[in-house]
Design a protein around this ligand. Structure first.
Ligand code: NG1
Length: 415
C-alpha cells in the first residue's frame, strides 16, 4: 500500500495500481507502459516551425498497467480521483469529449492507431503519473505516449521510436492543440544521462551527454497552464502568427529579389540567407506583433545551436547566458511569460543559478535553472524561502521544486 495525502493534508492509504486493477477488473494486469515527462532546456515555441530544440526526459513518468481485451473496449481508471474513469470503443473516428476533458488524451492515440493500423483490441488499465499536471513538463504527451504504446503492444503493432513519435505528435492534434513534435520525440527517443537535440521533418535526434556536475533545477509556479483549456487559444494563435509572419517575409523577399527560390519553411529560409539577413528582411517586411514573434523564432533557433556547443564543451556560464536571453525573448517578443514565472526566474538568478528561463509553453507552469553541484543547494534554498514558503506552498515541495534527472524514453514491459 502506498501513502497518499488528500487536499486537506490527511494521510490516507491508497491501493497500488495492481490492487486497484484487480478490484476494478478482476485478475492482474499483464503489462506496463511507461512514458516520461520532459523539461525543455532550449528552443521554446519553435518545434512547430520545424526548428531544432534541446529537451531532456525527466525522472517523472506516466505508467499504465494494463491487460489486453478480446474486444474493442478501452477502460482506463486514473489513480488520481481528480480524473474520472474513461471508457470508449476503438475505431477510426472516436468522438472527442468536451474541450478540457482528459479523456481526449486517451482517445487521441487510440483514434490515430485505429486510423493507421485498424487496431481492434482494447484494454483495461490503471494509470498513475507523478508528472506535475499542466506545468509545461509534458504531462499530457506522457499520457498519449503511454496509452499509444499499450494499444500498439496489445495489437502487435511494431513501430520504430521515431515513427511512433511522429504518429503520436499527429495523434495529439485530436485534442485541439496544434503542438509541435518535441514532446513525443523526446518521450520515445530519450537516453539516460543525455539531453537530445531534435530536428524535424524528418525527425532526427542527436544525444548530447549532460555534464556530471550540471544540475537543471525545475520550479513550478503552481499556476496551471492547461493546453486543453485556457492556454490552448493563445498557444494556437502563436503558431498561426509564426506561419503568417513567414509567409509575409518570404513574399517580400521574393518580390524584392532577395531570395532565389521559395523556401520550404523556416529551416530552409535560414539555410538560404542566414539569421542576420533573415532578421533584417523581417524588419522591413513585418510590423509590431508579427515582427516580435518572428524575431523570437529566429533568435531562439540560433540559441539552440549555441546551447548544443555549450553542452559539448561543458560551458556552464555560456549555457546560462543563453537561458537568460531565451527568457527575455519569451517575455518580450513571444509574450508567453507571466508574473510568477518572471519572479521565479529572478529568484533563481539571485540564488546563484547560472541562468534561468520558463520551460514548456509558458502562460504559467515551470521554470528551469542551471546550477553546478556546488551552487545547487543555495538555488533550491533561495527558491524555497522566497517563493514557496511565503505562499504556503512548502508542503509537498519536492513535487514543485526538484533537480531533473536526464532519463530514458518510453518503454513497455511484461509484469
Ligand atoms: P508543453 O505545454 O510544455 O507540454 C508545448 C507543446 C510543444 C512545444 C512547447 C513550447 C504539445 C503537446 N506540446 O509543450 O510541442 O511547442 O509547448 O516549446 O503541444
Amino acid at each position: 500500500m502506498a501513502e497518499a495525502r488528500d487536499p486537506e493534508g490527511v494521510t490516507n492509504e491508497r491501493s497500488t495500481d495492481s490492487e486497484l486493477f484487480s478490484s476494478l477488473f478482476g485478475g492482474a494486469p499483464t503489462h506496463v507502459a511507461r512514458a516520461p515527462g520532459r523539461v525543455n532546456l532550449m528552443g521554446e515555441h519553435i518545434d512547430y516551425c520545424d526548428l531544432a530544440v534541446l529537451p531532456m526526459a525527466t525522472q517523472h513518468e506516466a505508467q499504465l498497467q494494463f491487460r489486453a481485451r478480446d474486444d474493442g473496449l478501452v477502460r482506463i481508471t486514473n489513480q488520481d480521483p481528480e480524473f474520472d474513469p474513461v471508457e470508449f470503443e476503438l475505431g477510426p473516428a472516436i468522438a472527442p469529449g468536451s474541450r478540457g476533458d482528459w479523456r481526449n488524451y486517451l482517445q487521441a492515440p487510440a483514434n490515430e492507431l485505429a486510423r493507421q493500423f485498424a487496431i481492434w483490441r482494447g484494454l483495461d488499465g490503471v494509470l498513475s503519473s507523478d508528472i506535475p499536471v499542466a506545468a509545461g513538463l509534458s504531462s499530457s504527451t506522457a499520457l498519449v505516449n503511454a496509452v499509444g504504446l499499450a494499444l500498439a503492444e496489445a495489437n502487435e503493432v511494431l513501430l520504430a521510436p521515431a515513427q511512433f513519435a511522429e504518429l503520436m505528435a499527429e495523434a495529439e492534434h485530436y485534442t485541439g492543440t496544434r503542438g509541435g513534435g518535441m514532446d513525443q520525440a523526446i518521450g520515445f527517443g530519450a537516453r539516460a544521462g543525455h539531453a537530445a537535440c531534435i530536428a524535424f521533418s524528418p525527425l532526427r535526434m542527436r544525444h548530447v551527454a549532460v555534464p556530471e556536475d550540471w544540475c537543471f533545477v525545475v520550479a513550478d509556479t503552481g499556476v496551471r497552464a492547461e493546453k486543453s483549456g485556457r492556454a490552448q487559444g493563445p498557444y494556437n494563435q502563436r503558431r498561426s502568427e509564426c506561419e503568417e509572419a513567414l509567409d509575409v517575409v518570404v513574399q517580400f523577399a521574393l518580390q524584392h529579389d532577395r531570395l532565389p527560390t521559395r523556401p520550404r519553411g523556416y529551416p530552409d529560409l535560414l539555410r538560404m540567407l542566414g539569421a542576420a539577413e533573415v532578421i533584417s528582411l523581417a524588419e522591413e517586411a513585418l510590423k509590431a506583433r508579427l515582427l516580435k514573434r518572428f524575431r523570437h523564432v529566429v533568435t531562439e533557433a540560433d540559441r539552440v545551436d549555441q546551447a548544443v556547443d555549450c553542452l559539448l564543451s561543458a560551458d556552464l556560464v555560456g549555457f546560462g547566458t543563453l537561458m537568460d536571453a531565451s527568457h527575455g525573448s519569451l517575455y518580450a517578443d513571444y509574450q508567453v511569460s507571466s508574473r510568477e514565472l518572471d519572479e521565479l526566474v529572478a529568484i533563481a538568478r539571485e540564488g546563484g543559478g547560472a541562468g534561468a528561463r520558463l520551460t514548456g509553453a509558458g502562460f504559467g507552469g515551470c521554470i528551469v535553472t542551471l546550477a553546478d553541484r556546488g551552487t545547487v543547494g543555495a538555488v533550491l534554498e533561495t527558491l524555497a524561502e522566497q517563493y514557496f514558503e511565503p505562499r504556503g506552498m512548502g508542503d509537498g515541495i519536492d513535487d514543485r521544486l526538484f533537480v531533473a534527472v536526464p532519463s530514458a524514453g518510453a518503454s513497455v514491459g511484461i509484469l
